[in-house]
Design a protein around this ligand. Structure first.
Ligand code: F6P
Length: 549
């Protein structure tokens, strides 16, 4: 287990203090001034690498800010931490595990060491088995119990075992088998399963039960319901399970106990965190949808961004820059939230995916050594695809009292060229970043003849920061690059905040309490409730009004 060296408190670092000083000097400078003072700002504060273009010029920074942020990253040991991650050190200290998702996308033949063992060949063996299975499902060689080919695939999983697969399926739908149906069941609410299965023929339906632990109550409850649904529809024969269920897990014992043949299990490892697992076997549904070659292209995209993160100097390193800018707003400007606004319909689940990645990783209140932090950590992350958001919450972004740094994501070419739709879409993206940055002044409004009584209402103060991430086209490789960009940005932030970005102890308490309450809901007599008075009253009321047991 890696022993964490004692480090000085973050806020005592001279680099942190220097940023504080610098903040006081530039906090009131308007982006209009920055752009007016430097006609080349838009090019100067932009980087193109690993297949993505990042324009970060509409941020409230100067060259000095950048230098100070980079100095902070160095002082926090970002270079060493990156190397430690890539070397497979146990950087997830509270769980005593490596966080080696970068290994999942290494090209064949590159050794990957965990605990002194090369796991590269095991990893590629799983990928090969996945490719073989995906190929057989896609070409109809894998048959259901009654001999029919599989036309429907339902992934059952939650958190990292759901959000990655569903996001990737939606994002890469253009590349997917259109003659097959893909659905995703995650919620323990029975409605999720009922609606996903209601119009499907069980003879043609394959369930992928995806769970790292294979003990998660939501997933196991849904998986048992799916098994009942299948067996019942296929004449009550339990043998049908073997043709209609496969598992993705690290826990062969529980998979076997559930009744799935471990020959039909695709494994991964404890050094792959749930929210970092969409490129492991957890991506099986993605691979069936888009095919093994496209899946490989996605992994190559991830890898290109990994290499960029590992080798590029921080001042030209996309994930490091994005992570440091996030620290800048979070800790110096006091921004509480951060928005991601993809201008591509296929990325509609990307914000939800990023919510787990960012908030489960960096929603932490103690340092690696267990000391309470006296500074803010991860912001609330949220978003919606453009342009829909423009007609709902953008009002607050433009004129509200809160500072919300935004990431805009768009592509130069659309996968669905229809008239001038794409130019209109992208014009909106560019216009929003411009409007947020520059705003509209009183003078401009008066010159336009705005009536006096409306001037104040129509002023947009601007000075609202954003990044723009521009890709050429949404391909499997681009998606891999994008996800890795955010993974490493989250990592950068976690390193600065000195927290463990790879554990998630906070989710335990609710699970423990739910277990207790399930037992109380199941009691035939009046249960002896010992919660707070609110929870007691809610449980009693629920018991009174639910259907008779
Ligand atoms: O509840 C948190 C969590 O542990 C996530 O981190 C994880 O992605 C999810 O539950 C699902 O876990 P599993 O894949 O083990 O079912």
């Amino acid at each position: 287990m890696t022993v964490e060296p004692k480090r000085p408190p973050l806020t005592d670092l001279p680099e942190w203090k220097a940023l504080g000083e610098h903040f006081r000097k530039i906090r009131d400078v308007h982006l209009r001034e920055f752009f007016a003072g430097d006609p080349k700002r838009g090019e100067r504060f932009a980087v193109e690498d690993a297949g993505l273009y990042l324009d970060y010029s509409k941020n409230r920074i100067t060259g000095e800010t950048l230098a100070l942020l980079v100095a902070l990253a160095e002082a926090c040991g970002l270079s060493q931490r990156i190397e430690a991650m890539f070397r497979g050190e146990k950087i997830n200290t509270t769980e005593g595990r490596a966080a080696l998702h970068v290994a999942l996308r290494m090209p064949r033949g590159r050794p990957v060491f965990v605990d002194g063992q090369d796991v590269g060949s095991a990893m590629h063996e799983v990928l090969d088995r996945m490719a073989d299975f995906a190929g057989r499902v896609r070409d109809g060689a894998w048959k259901g119990y009654t001999g029919k080919r599989i036309r429907n695939v339902i992934n059952i999983g939650i958190g990292g075992s759901d959000l990655g697969p569903v996001m990737a399926y939606e994002a890469l739908r253009h590349y997917s088998r259109r003659d097959m149906t893909f659905r995703f069941v995650s919620n323990i609410d029975g409605t999720d399963f009922a609606e996903a299965a209601r119009d499907l023929n069980a003879e043609e339906t394959l369930f992928i039960v995806s769970s790292k632990t294979f003990t998660t109550v939501e997933t196991m409850t849904n998986a048992r319901t799916a098994r009942r649904w299948t067996v019942q529809a296929l004449g009550g024969d339990e043998r049908s399970v073997a043709r209609h269920f496969v598992a993705v897990s690290t826990n062969a014992g529980e998979v076997a106990k559930f009744g799935i043949d471990t020959a039909h299990m695709f494994g991964f490892w404890d050094w792959v965190g749930g929210r970092y697992s969409m490129d492991s076997a957890i991506g099986l549904s993605t691979m069936i949808a888009i095919g093994p070659e496209n899946f490989r292209a996605m992994l190559d995209g991830f890898h290109a961004m990994d290499e960029h993160f590992r080798t590029a100097p921080f001042a030209r390193n996309l994930p490091a820059l994005m992570g440091l800018l996030s620290v800048w707003y979070n800790n110096f400007f006091g921004a509480q939230t951060s928005a991601v606004l993809p201008y591509d319909r296929y990325l509609k689940r990307f914000p939800a995916y990023l919510q787990q990645l960012t908030m489960e990783s960096n929603g932490k209140h103690v340092t690696l050594e267990g000391a309470y932090v006296d500074y803010e950590t991860g912001p609330v992350f949220w978003g919606e695809p453009g342009t829909n958001g423009q007609h709902s919450f953008y009002q607050l972004l433009h004129q509200g009292t809160k500072l919300v740094p935004c990431d805009f994501i768009g592509f130069c070419r659309t996968l669905n060229p229809l008239g001038n739709h794409h130019d209109l879409l992208m014009a909106n993206l560019f216009a929003q970043t411009e409007a947020l940055a520059l705003g509209r002044t009183e003078d401009e409004l008066r010159a336009e003849g705005t009536p006096d009584r409306l001037v104040a209402h129509r002023i947009c103060k601007g000075n609202r920061p954003s990044n723009t991430i521009l890709g050429e086209e949404l391909t499997p490789g681009t998606l891999g690059r994008l996800v890795a960009l955010y993974e490493h940005s989250v990592f950068t932030q976690g390193v600065v905040w000195q927290i463990d970005s790879f554990d998630q102890w906070g989710v335990e308490l609710g699970k423990v309490l739910a277990k207790k309450i399930v037992a109380e809901l199941g009691e035939t007599g009046e249960p002896d409730l010992r919660h707070d008075s609110s929870t007691n009253a809610l449980i009693r009321r629920y018991r009174r009004f639910r259907p008779p047991q």
